[in-house]
Design a protein around this ligand. Sequence first.
Ligand SMILES: N[C@@H](CCC(=O)N[C@@H](CS)C(=O)NCC(=O)O)C(=O)O
Length: 215
Amino acid sequence: MPIDLYFATLSPPSRAVLMTLKQLKLDVNVIDVNLQKGEHLTEEYLKRNPQHTVPTLVDDGFSLSESRAIMQYLVSKYAPNSALYPTHDLKKRAHVDRLLYYDMSIGYAIRDAVMIKVMRGVEPHENSVKNFKNNFKVLDTFIGDNKYVAGNELTIADISYLSTLTALALNDYKELDDFPNVKNWFFRIQKELPYFDEVNGKIPELIKQFAASKK
Ligand SMILES: N[C@@H](CCC(=O)N[C@@H](CS)C(=O)NCC(=O)O)C(=O)O
């Protein structure tokens, strides 16, 4: 039975899950959900995911939301203890988990300091800008000289952060200039992933179109 993924292209968490499925070379049935048309608010969708968010995964009748939980589930089930999510090594796994949680802070920081202009038409509050800088400074420190976010091997944390950071395409990634480790990692690692462009290649254009449509 193929895995169903309820998905929206502009949604970074949706793309993080799709990249994880591709990294694991799993067959997936991608179902586009049009959020503008409210397709995530139907009775049928809410039964699947009361949070009414994308992504939602349905695997063999098991329905799951929250992209990071989905990525953890997929690797734990289909590639247990792979470097991608080292399920049997408590400390390594805890470090990946920590980074996945921190990615949520990064996502909110981007939303409040960058996307707010597009979504609400207002300038970001100075505290949001400060918070953005503080969060990215921490991420820059986490990455340091590492090849990947969590160390020497690709993990689902890389995939999650890569996707989260694509929102910065809105301003051609100029915010990354102050965070050289993040910038270097972001542009280097995406080239290593053969599916990155297929999943994310159109985002810079789409995100700018979306911003223009909100003006
Ligand atoms: N923390 C969630 C966030 C999911 C989320 O907020 N998705 C947005 C699109 S990026 C969505 O579905 N919004 C519609 C809604 O909340 O009704 C995850 O990582 O899956």
